[in-house]
Design a protein. Structure first.
Length: 88
């Protein structure tokens, strides 16, 4: 079965572009709305919200003894902290 590409107005084309949608308004009270695809988690929200969530995930991974995941989450948190600093 051959894969067909949808025309710009077709339903298939619309479904392929659905990932780009943002919630109404596209912004949060703290700035831009982001969607992060981390190592094994997807987080949505402001840069500060995402940074806090990654910090919590790093603490949880450390408590579980997973030092590799801890470092990965810290790196993701650091990235979003830089975005917060740029916005502020």
């Amino acid at each position: 079965m051959a894969l067909r590409r949808g025309k710009p107005g077709s339903m298939r084309h619309h479904q392929n572009k659905q990932w780009a949608r943002k919630p109404s308004g596209g912004h949060t009270p703290h700035g831009r709305f982001y969607e992060s695809n981390g190592p094994d988690v997807k987080i949505r929200g402001s840069a500060s919200h995402i940074a806090e969530k990654y910090q919590q995930l790093a603490r949880d991974a450390y408590a579980a003894g997973d030092l590799v995941a801890t470092e990965a989450y810290h790196q993701y948190a650091e990235h979003y902290h830089r975005l917060v600093a740029e916005q502020g």
